[in-house]
Design a protein around this ligand. Structure first.
Ligand code: SAH
Ligand code: SF4
Ligand code: F3S
Length: 444
């Protein structure tokens, strides 16, 4: 009988991409995916360390996995439990202490070793766990098996790691220094995805616009160059890139929003705070004026472009005045979508030991105010789409028969009822209804 694997993914799009690459590896070894954890011979948790809550979730999941493991053992079935991702890189000792039944823990840069580890586990005499948290000199991308499309929208990691060291953030510690994949490798992967059904590619990196991969002649190239090369590929209908760092938005990249037809008119460009004092304490290399200037240039390059962002409220030392400056930025940019978080103290980061921590109550109040404002803009934008015709890429079946869910160019979720087979196709839809979170429509 085929052995089965189950992967649960937390965190960012990079983790979603990594999980799919790990799945490719397991499939190559003859494993089959299952959505039921009870059936799985291998259970993998791909973890996120960005905020405290995300990391804590892992331990409750591991507790449950251990119970299932024991139940399966009663009927003679063996279960291998693995933890991968950013929590491993930050806290492998904690994992092995709190959950010693875990069979392997592998950090984000060592996934290519998972097959080897599974072989070792299959040959071990008694429980012994494997922990791999190196930052190797080689790139895991060179050792992962070839991937294919799993639908019409695909992620493609082009860059990993971060050198920015924002004072609140764990990513530079969990993903290491910036690494950019060579242009040729990115194009090869993109062509393979396009040949197997992909219409939309979202190129990913923790700091994607600092991309500086080598081209075929060994010359370093930036993201704008790479997007231009990708845009030439046959079959590509939509192109996106996430996540960008404001100080790395150069003019060539901004020009892509004018020149590249396939580049979608939606950009996630996190500002974090609108207060220059706080941005400085965060070690961000931009102030609010720089940020607004970039957005002005972007809007000029493509007047249809709309923005999204991430925000942190209650960073150490944030006053009411600082917070108001954040609201001011929101009122100027009028984001159509955004993620906002209460500052979370992460061990080992400089901000965690800053003295002027903000009270939980204040953080909560500010988050509510900010989110209400963000939701207002989001709803306003969604409502303004009513009556418009938009090309929608359908990628998911809805709950009812005939219902499909797709994405507009602005990443809004849109539902339709249809008798046609529109799955994995781009179809023109008239928007008929809108709420804060989604749109409905009908085919033109
Ligand atoms: N590389 C991306 C995003 C990284 S993490 C960037 O630079 O924008 C995603 C988001 O999580 C961040 O943009 C930030 O808003 C949030 N975040 C990161 N560390 C956090 C912390 N300690 N507390 C609260 N939110 C945090
Ligand atoms: Fe974290 Fe800042 Fe790097 Fe983004 S740019 S991953 S927030 S350190
Ligand atoms: Fe989380 Fe790591 Fe992504 S900490 S947000 S999974 S890079």
């Amino acid at each position: 009988m085929l052995k089965k694997y189950f992967i649960k993914t937390f965190g960012c799009q990079m983790n979603v991409y990594d999980s799919s690459r790990i799945a490719d590896m397991l499939k190559k070894e003859g494993y089959e995916e299952t959505a039921k954890q009870q059936e799985a011979d291998i259970v993998i948790f791909n973890t996120c360390h960005i905020r405290e809550k995300a990391a804590e979730k892992l331990f409750s999941d591991l507790g449950r996995a251990h119970i299932i493991e024991q139940e399966r053992a009663e009927s003679g079935k063996r279960t291998i439990i693995g933890v991968v991702g950013c929590v491993v890189q930050a806290q492998d000792d904690q994992i092995m202490k709190r959950a010693p039944f875990v069979d392997f823990a592998v950090g984000p840069l060592m996934y290519h070793k998972i097959t080897e580890i599974l072989q070792q586990i299959n040959h071990r005499k008694e429980h012994e766990n494997f922990v791999l948290t190196d930052f190797p000199a080689i790139s895991k991308f060179d050792f992962l098996p070839e991937n294919k499309s799993q639908g019409a929208c695909s992620y493609l990691a082009i860059q990993e790691g971060c050198n920015n060291f924002c004072t609140y953030c764990v990513v530079p510690y969990t993903r290491g220094a910036e690494y950019s994949r060579p242009v040729k490798d990115v194009l090869t992967e993109a062509k393979r995805l396009l040949a197997t059904g992909t219409l939309e590619i979202n190129v990913l990196g923790q700091n994607v616009n600092s991309y500086h991969g080598e081209d075929e002649n060994g010359k370093e190239r930036d993201l704008a160059y790479l997007l231009n090369r990708l845009a030439e590929l046959d079959g590509l209908k939509r192109l996106r890139y996430t996540t960008s760092y404001p100080a790395d938005m150069n003019d060539d990249l901004i020009a892509c929003h004018k020149n590249l037809r396939v580049l979608m008119p939606y950009l996630h460009l996190p500002v974090q705070s609108g207060s220059d004092r706080i941005l400085k304490a965060m070690n961000r290399r931009h102030n609010s004026a720089d940020y607004l200037k970039i957005i002005e240039k972007l809007y000029k390059a493509n007047p249809d472009l709309r923005m999204s962002s991430d925000f942190i409220v209650g960073f150490p030392g944030e006053t009411d005045e600082d917070f108001t400056a954040t609201l001011d930025v929101v009122n100027q940019v009028k984001y159509i979508q955004a993620f906002s978080f209460k500052y979370s103290r992460r061990p080992g980061t400089p901000a965690a030991v800053m003295e002027n921590q903000v009270e939980e109550k204040v953080k909560k109040e500010r988050l509510e105010i900010l989110q209400n404002l963000l939701f207002d803009y989001q709803e306003k934008f969604n409502k303004s789409c009513i009556g418009q015709t938009m090309p929608v890429l359908f990628e998911q079946k809805g709950r009812h028969k005939g219902q499909l869910i797709g994405r507009t160019p602005y990443m809004q979720n849109l539902h339709i009822e249809t008798k046609r087979d529109n799955m994995n196709k781009i179809v023109d839809v008239v928007v008929t209804e809108a709420t804060t979170n989604s749109l409905s429509g009908r085919e033109v």
